[in-house]
Design a protein around this ligand. Structure first.
Ligand code: PGA
Length: 251
């Protein structure tokens, strides 16, 4: 049985005081015991969140980390070893906003994945097609390329300690959610691609759905056989809404 995971991606949101408020809300949540819960604040607030959530069963992750594992001369970046040192347990790799706005290539994504993993962080590999790619019937091809490039570089064994998040770009921050059937189709293809290399391993890999997940849509999505939780953007900035999504993953 795969244990569900719900991760909140705060993106570039928050101030010192709004983060303090959000921590207060998160501390008050009743969370289901069978679900792993994580939040990913902007790097600047990670220590504040780790301290603020001490004793609460919520992991803290980062939204990005450097291509190199260890600290060194790489201006503006954060080494995965530094994230691990302050208490992060996971990191997003290859979020579409970084692929599309910052031009992160599949090669860079693989390097970040490997660097993060070598420091003990769990990489959460984000994959997903744009609207144009979906309309052109290329969804499965695009996702297979993004996943395949990491498998080719690092071997399928790297996914024994990793998570994959399917996030259709057209559903991110738009209020449009993939239907449970649309999401399940891609999740099943991702698992099949992993299974083609190692069937046993593929059964254990958690596959999250992301893209306008709300409390109202979560239960139906999480009820699909290959959807093991969610990567939640906008709705994770509201503690009560986020809590309701976490509970949906536990039911
Ligand atoms: P959204 O973002 O829930 O606001 O659509 C999801 C994500 O980009 O991780």
């Amino acid at each position: 049985m795969r244990r569900p995971l719900v991760a909140g991606n705060w993106k570039m949101h928050g101030t010192h005081s709004s983060v303090a408020e959000l921590i207060k809300g998160l501390r008050q949540l009743a969370l289901p015991s069978g679900v792993d819960v994580a939040v990913m604040p902007p790097c600047l607030f990670i220590s504040q969140v780790i301290q603020g959530l001490a004793g609460k069963a919520i992991d803290v992750g980062a939204q990005n980390s450097a291509v190199e594992p260890m600290q060194g001369a790489l201006t503006g970046e954060t080494a995965p070893s530094q994230l691990a040192d302050v208490g992060c347990s996971m990191v997003l790799v290859g979020h579409s906003e970084r692929r599309l706005i910052l031009g992160e290539s599949d090669e860079v994504v693989s390097r970040k994945f490997a660097a993060a993993q070598s420091c003990g962080l769990v990489p959460v590999l984000c994959v997903g097609e744009t609207r144009a790619e979906r309309e052109a019937g290329k969804t499965l091809e695009v996702v297979a390329r993004q996943l395949g490039s990491v498998i080719d570089e690092l071997g399928v064994g790297a996914f024994a300690r990793a998570v994959v998040a399917y996030e259709p770009v057209w559903a991110i921050g738009t209020g449009l959610t993939a239907s449970p059937a649309q999401a399940q189709e891609v999740h099943a293809a991702i698992r099949a691609q992993l299974a083609a290399e190692n069937a046993e391993l593929a059964k254990g890999v958690r596959l999250l759905y992301g893209g306008s997940v709300k409390a109202a849509s979560a239960a139906e999505l999480f009820g699909m056989p290959d959807i093991d939780g969610g990567l939640v953007g906008g709705a994770s900035l509201n503690a009560d809404e986020f809590g309701a999504i976490c509970r949906a993953a536990g039911s």
